[in-house]
Design a protein around this ligand. Structure first.
Ligand SMILES: [Zn+2]
Ligand SMILES: [Zn+2]
Length: 428
């Protein structure tokens, strides 16, 4: 058996095992620790791996008979639709140079979430978007006509897995008290361990390189209980993107979201400290499964000053997102205006209360600055810009089930500081 020399967390001297108490003892500073604590302090960090079982079933000969593939000469998009639907333009770039092609392999989607939002509803959502957005660049103020709303099924991979997380934290509690003319600060050091499991179901990752992940992640969530089994006929009247990013490449994105959900969930169970930092973490997953699905999206592109902007609407919920930028000039004017207005009002109130002084004005200035930033932030929120999702908590029904949870005191440091007394009283 290998012997490991453990060091005292307080003074770094070697620890020895005491057979009588069953504890690890430091002869130098008289501390004692139980073995569980010492093992947690020395827990190795292992890179977790997740193996997802990827789907292998391809389109059948009967599917191919009922389907038609297209290839866009302009942007390279590979698309499929149901045999009687004729495509005249590419749903991604609008180019009419879209050539019929043969269905050649490709993973068969298992499920399809049907469209619920009609073309009229999507059109209304798009037109309504331009109303009341204060930071909308002027180029979007007029002529937002759309030539065509494109009804598109976007290929996604849905990831399921059971994740296990074991995270050890260094935590500190700080107390300050006064003893005569001394300020005494005690920092208590703790080791905190949380281990738990989370089951994730249907974390969607889009399998299309043509659509930005930020756009597809902003369209979440979809209700997968409404999904139907794939049949070529469900594609009728719509185009489906042939998945061009394979499941392996999407796995990375799913794993990132699983890991950050695990990290957030475990961290949310650690309370009562002044500071907490991760000392070591082990996250692993098992039972990984990937399901290929098609999800409904209304896609609208508008061209402004030679740039193409994308609007996407979730075909099931009507959620809209886009890549419209914030007008920086307007954001600055709104921020400055809000600051001037709030600061002016605060100064007036201070004046009326006869509290006008450099100190109170400074506080009013800082508060006004925060308020102005909040105003700008809310106005940017109106634009519904696409942002990526960093975690996947919404895809874990039960949340995190903790199976190890302990907080152990390690040692404390005390420091003293002499308090400078401003008014020295004459000794009586
Ligand atoms: Zn020690
Ligand atoms: Zn195209």
């Amino acid at each position: 058996m290998a012997t490991v020399a453990y060091k005292c967390p307080n003074c770094a001297s070697p620890l020895t095992y005491d057979g009588v108490s069953g504890k690890m003892i430091c002869a130098a500073c008289d501390s004692q620790f139980d073995q569980e604590t010492i093992e947690a302090l020395n827990a190795p960090e292992e890179a977790g791996t997740v193996d997802f079982v990827a789907p292998t079933e391809e389109y059948t000969a009967s599917d191919a008979d009922q389907m038609q593939a297209y290839h866009c000469k302009s942007c390279g998009a590979e698309l499929v639709t149901e045999g009687t639907t004729t495509a005249t333009e590419c749903p991604y770039c609008g180019s009419p140079t879209i050539l019929p092609d043969r269905i050649d392999g490709g993973i068969r989607p298992e499920m399809v979430v049907p469209f619920i939002i009609t073309k009229d509803q999507a059109q209304q959502a798009f037109e309504g978007y331009f109303k009341g957005k204060k930071l909308l660049p002027n180029i979007f103020k007029k002529d937002n006509q759309i030539a065509e709303m494109r009804k598109l099924f976007v290929p996604y991979w849905l990831f399921d897995c059971d994740a296990e997380g074991d995270i050890i934290y260094n935590a500190e509690k700080k107390h300050t008290r006064r003893e005569g003319e001394w300020e005494v600060t005690t920092v208590e050091h703790y080791i905190v361990r949380r281990a738990g499991s989370m089951s994730f179901e249907n974390i969607p990752v889009d399998g299309s390189v043509k659509l930005d992940d930020k756009i597809t992640e902003s369209l979440e969530p979809y209700d997968f209980t409404k999904a139907v089994p794939f049949q070529p006929t469900v594609l009728s009247g719509a185009m489906a993107d042939h998945a061009d990013v394979d499941a392996d490449a999407c796995e990375k994105r799913a794993v990132e979201r699983v890991e950050s959900s695990m990290i957030n969930s475990l961290r949310n169970t650690v309370h009562g400290y002044n500071s907490v930092s991760v000392r070591s973490k082990n996250i692993s997953s098992s039972g990984g499964k990937v399901t290929p699905v098609l999800l409904p999206v209304w896609l609208i592109t508008t061209r402004k000053d030679d740039k193409v902007y994308t609007f996407a609407i979730n075909g099931q919920t009507g959620e809209l997102t886009c890549d419209v930028p914030t007008d920086k000039g307007k954001a600055f004017l709104w921020g400055a205006g809000a600051f001037a207005g709030i600061f002016g009002l605060a100064a007036l109130v201070l004046y009326l209360l006869k509290m006008l002084a450099s100190g109170t004005l400074l506080i009013a200035g800082i508060a006004s600055l925060f308020a102005a930033l909040v105003v700008v932030f809310l106005l940017i929120g109106q634009l519904k810009q696409a942002v990526s999702k960093s975690s996947a908590e919404g895809y874990s029904q039960e949340g995190c089930q903790l199976h190890v949870q302990y907080d152990r005191f390690l040692y404390a440091n005390t420091t003293r500081r002499k308090i400078e007394t401003q008014n020295k009283e004459a000794a009586a």
